[in-house]
Design a protein around this ligand. Sequence first.
Ligand code: NAP
Length: 503
Amino acid sequence: MPALPKSLSRICVALGSASPATLAQAAEREFKDGNTFLEFRLDYLPVPENGIALIEAFLKTRPEANVLATCRLSGHSGHFKGTIDQQTRLLAKAAVAGAFALDLEIESAERATAAVESMRERTPVVVSYHNFESTPSLEPVLRRLMKVRADAYKIATLARKPTDSLRLVEFLKQHHRKEHHKTPLIAFTMSEQGLCTRILSPGLGGLFTYAAPGGADGTAPGQIPARVMKSLYRIDKLSKESRVYGVIADPVGHSKSPQVHNRAFQARWIDAVYLPFHVTQAQLGDFMKLAAKLPMAGFSVTIPHKQKIMRYLNHVEPLAKRIGAVNTVWRKAGRWRGTNTDVEGVLKPLSRHLRLAHATVLLAGYGGAARAAAFALHDAGAEVSITGRDLRRASVLARAVNAKAVSLAQASDGAYDALVHATPVGMYPKVDESLFPESIPADVVFDMVYNPYETRLLKHARQQGCEVIHGADMFLEQAAQQFEIWSGESAPREVMQKALEAW
Ligand code: NAP
């Protein structure tokens, strides 16, 4: 009985195309991109039978490729409208055409054990379990799968919260440890919340993971392009020893931090990966359970968790405590520690343009980032005035840092050495907005907004002859400090800057 090759790529690119021509093009494009392990989803084709000739033709020109053939039934979360008998016959034909392995879902496999045995005579069979609703208890799932003899088992479940991913990770590690479980396992959670397991699972003993093709949708929730898996997350290099870092946010998809930090780890040859964790406001405690069990060494914290995270930490640096917000967490001797690197993110770029002691600074906003700026500027000896659309709320922050609260109209009529803008006004997609549409009352203008790179406020400031500081400078500075806290090494700033610009 043939076995699955030992030197299989860690990434299988799932190709589901609505026509044979686009499937052939996608396969060719992925192969040229260095992806030699491809899943052909025959059930996505209007006539799945047409996929057989496609596999044959593709493997004729690309004999080094490994094609996994799948033809999921429509009642089993696929698109194939035939019977189980037709399904297994089609897969058997795919094997004759050269597919190196076949995937059959458990719902079909347990009704067609004789057909599975017969397919395995020629080609390895992966028996798979999918749950697009939730992540149930995984041991019973595996027991169910193992009732059908197969060459590998696949478990893909939907993660709704961080501990769903945690259970999957623990299960995978346990399976890998058990000597008697010789059958390889492919296991991961789907959805944005489950992304960490898609990336970490091969390093934890999973046989491989699935990726989407470049420039097209994947075939399941949470799939990301193989190119991103390889070059950004370096999935081929990850092992159970690799340290895990990340960013927690809701939403998290837009974050530039994975780009910047992964490149920094790569530049310094550090065995670590930085992942985006989608964590809703209600899931912070649940995330901390995942963080405790992963080899997680630290993480960035952003909206909406900067305040609430503090209750989960063993130690918070005094300035972060005064600010009331933590954006950086790290684990030291098993204890979680927190600080706020937005402070340096504000001070460093500003002090390249002016001496902060006794400088008059207008701070627009009284949210999280503004609080960090207010305390940092106050401690640096600046004379701070705080403005915003709600004077009462500006006054609350002003009182905390011995500053003055001024209305937007008063602020616009004033004259300051610097303006620090800390509201989302002007941020993508509302790029035509500015909190100071008339004249800007400062010589140095610092906009924390970094998307777009140059906001309407900064363009206007340039026209007015002001010196400008981009939000990207702050982003880089706070990220560089995070990197140094986590790694104990100097941050590769140029690499980080390039990564930020390339995003
Ligand atoms: P936040 O805690 O939600 O605070 C937002 C602030 O903006 C509040 O003062 C809010 O006042 C005000 N605001 C919101 N919409 C407004 C509007 N339409 N007009 C006037 N004021 C408005 O957010 P944050 O974390 O402080 O972030 C603020 C900005 O800084 C964001 O654009 C964020 O992307 C940016 N930021 C950049 C960096 C970086 O590294 N460059 C770091 C942190 C933050 P109300 O309460 O009255 O709405």
